[in-house]
Write a protein that binds this ligand. Structure first.
Ligand SMILES: O=C(O)[C@H](O)[C@@H](O)[C@H](O)[C@H](O)COP(=O)(O)O
Length: 238
């Protein structure tokens, strides 16, 4: 598909006629990249986003027969809520991805009961350190404000979140626009992935993405595309 180069923000646009076709195509690409990783290093590490967009894609991916017992799944970010909460991204992944063939995958959550989001992030950095980094696949979403992961424009520690040299795996986020306190992978971990997909749907998200690629204050999604050493594969349907 068309590749765009905008002052370092390289991306490929993959447009689809409808959301089901997108889900099938993105699931196929992700499954192929996971299988390639397993062939090359005996394991695969996948990070997926939450929110309202990914469910169809996650369900399509769950049905693809790959060596899921060699795949570790974690989250790009998480709200500071237990998995039983309707706001939980771990709950979304359990209900849509960790089913069918993909039920054999190992899931590593970000949420832990802790006195603070900072304590939970500290626990995460210890527990996720043993994963087989770098990510083989990361699937990002995007909000209308140009955030991705939990890199909200009003996050108090946005510079730390977007620090390409950060050695942190997971960082805590306090952002009024993000609702609950959040836990997020650092940008450094995200852009080191072997395959970076951005999954957006609807005209509003396309307009927001085009705006983020234009002139003006650089929004977090633009910062991620510019920091990525490989083109980000954008998957969009109306
Ligand atoms: O926890 C989250 O909310 C996500 O990880 C977040 O980064 C999401 O991808 C965007 O906010 C888009 O969310 P929607 O898919 O609901 O529009």
């Amino acid at each position: 598909m068309a590749r765009e180069q905008l002052s370092g923000a390289a991306y490929a646009w993959n447009g689809f006629a409808d959301r089901q076709q997108l889900a099938a195509a993105l699931a196929g690409h992700v499954a192929a990249r996971l299988t390639k990783a397993i062939d090359e290093r005996g394991t695969a590490l996948l990070a997926v986003s939450g929110g309202t967009t990914p469910a169809k894609f996650l369900a399509a991916l769950s049905a693809i027969p790959i060596a899921w017992d060699k795949v570790t799944v974690t989250l790009v970010d998480e709200r500071f809520v237990p998995p039983s909460s309707p706001r939980s991204n771990a709950g979304l992944v359990a209900a849509n991805l960790l089913q069918n063939k993909a039920a054999a995958a190992r899931f590593v959550p970000l949420y832990h009961r802790a006195a603070s989001i900072e304590d939970a992030a500290t626990l995460d950095n210890g527990m996720l350190d043993e994963l087989p980094w770098p990510l083989d696949v990361v699937v990002l979403g995007m909000g209308g404000d140009g955030h991705t992961a939990s890199f909200f424009p009003d996050a108090g520690n946005l510079a730390e979140l977007l620090d390409p040299s950060s050695r942190r795996i997971v960082l805590p986020v306090h952002a009024p626009s993000g609702g609950e306190p959040r836990l997020t992978l650092s940008m450094a971990r995200i852009v080191a992935a072997g395959f970076i997909a951005l999954h957006i749907e609807g005209e509003d998200k396309r307009t927001a993405f085009d705006g983020a690629m234009g002139a003006g204050l650089k929004k977090p999604i633009r910062k991620v595309l510019e920091a990525a050493p490989i083109p980000v594969e954008v998957f969009w349907a109306p």
